[in-house]
Design a protein around this ligand. Sequence first.
Ligand SMILES: Nc1nc2c(ncn2[C@@H]2O[C@H](COP(=O)(O)OP(=O)(O)OP(=O)(O)O)[C@@H](O)[C@H]2O)c(=O)[nH]1
Length: 292
Amino acid sequence: MTIQWFPGHMAKARREVQEKLKLVDIIFELIDARLPLSSRNPMIDEVINQKPRLLILNKADMADESETRKWVQYFADQGATAVAINSLEGKGLQKVTKAAQEILAEKWERMKSRGMKPRAIRAMIVGIPNVGKSTLINRLAKKNIAKTGNTPGVTKSQQWIKVGKEIELLDTPGILWPKFEDQEVGLKLAITGAIKDAIMNMEDLAVYGLNFLSIHYPERMEERYGITFVHENLVETFDHIGKLRRVLGPGGEIDYDKVSEMIVRDIRDLNLGRISFDIVDEELEKEALAKK
Ligand SMILES: Nc1nc2c(ncn2[C@@H]2O[C@H](COP(=O)(O)OP(=O)(O)OP(=O)(O)O)[C@@H](O)[C@H]2O)c(=O)[nH]1
């Protein structure tokens, strides 16, 4: 689904999330495990305004496991709880309930001490488009209540989905816009398929992907494309990959558009293995530099 995020749409999306905030005890902020920073809404802290939150790193099956572990620790160091899951196959979902209970444990104790009856934790899922909100809701509901790819902004009455005895989840997620301001973030979102290809140049994406691989995963690049770096003259690199993978036009010439598409597809289809595009050490370096 493509959403054009005009200022009016952003204001509306924000208002919709904030209206529902009153109904819930906790926000499940869904992010892409391959992009734990780039796939967050830039104004999320302001939007949810101190509401307790659990960070859920979805699509962990596609991310580099060692990076995901580091990201969970990174967030823990910042005092935030994060869990990694795979909504598509329903893996790790029990961590969501457990973490939500831990985050709200004190509040629940206080409620109990005031003689209030224990009740289920009320939660809502919030995240940028395509991050897997509907898939997770369906998984948690164990049946298809929320349709995948549903249209935002369609008014319907709120329904609560029971997730075991412990959690009640709003059936419609909050959809917020991704980060636009940073070109590299845009490339990361596009290469993982979070934003639509129509607005991205495939060649730019392929070149970004190859450069990223050469820095972070050179051995995988070597295995698939027989090279570990991107030649200064891009044509040489594309010629090499095109010949090796036989991506040729009708006259036997290299078809550069097809080579670009193939590289992007290879990355998205995990033909180069599980890749994380936000790298913890890079972020820590940036933070250290900013403090200087
Ligand atoms: N591999 C993998 N794919 C997933 C996972 N979760 C969701 N997906 C896929 O990601 C795509 C987007 O999932 P949706 O659930 O429609 O995402 P959404 O956030 O509801 O998207 P919008 O309706 O656009 O806001 C679908 O193709 C899902 O199958 C996951 O944990 N692993």
